[in-house]
Design a protein around this ligand. Sequence first.
Ligand SMILES: [Zn+2]
Length: 189
Amino acid sequence: MGITIQSSIEHIAADLLIAIGEDPQRQGLRETPQRVARMYQELFSGVGVDPQEAIDAVFDEESADPVILRNVPFYSMCEHHLLPFFGSASLAYIPNGRIAGISKLSRALDLACRRPQVQERLTGQVADAIFSALTPRGVVVELAAEHLCMAMRGVQKPGIRMVTTALRGDFAGGQWDRDSLLSLLRRDV
Ligand SMILES: [Zn+2]
């Protein structure tokens, strides 16, 4: 199967080079279709995979104090232009009897990134994955990203960061409500 996908993307990449007026046989481009095909298989390896699968190490824990991961770098591909958007993510949840290994949360983010995406959906998919895997009291995911489709084409506005937030859970009755968890997530420490 891997060979079929590899050769199929190679052909498409070579055709693309021809279509834009290039010669895929010239020295600098000769290996490009193979490299592009290998790269795209890596960048889109999350297609059809549930990001929740990444959160496979879960531990019983009675603490109900917030767990926060801040400044987690991520890279994804805008599905409208197939250009990267990238930035940093902050993830927080309030446990309800279970916690996850912290590397598992950033792995869930990576899996959700590796498909054609929009930032809004990516944010929600990561929150949903954490919520389904841990059934915590609450989850907040916030992403801040720069989109190359805005920076290097179209409106050509580099440096703009788009911020998206997803909240899941029922914060009622606990020590932490949505606003206090959000401000904790955003606090500089
Ligand atoms: Zn775009």
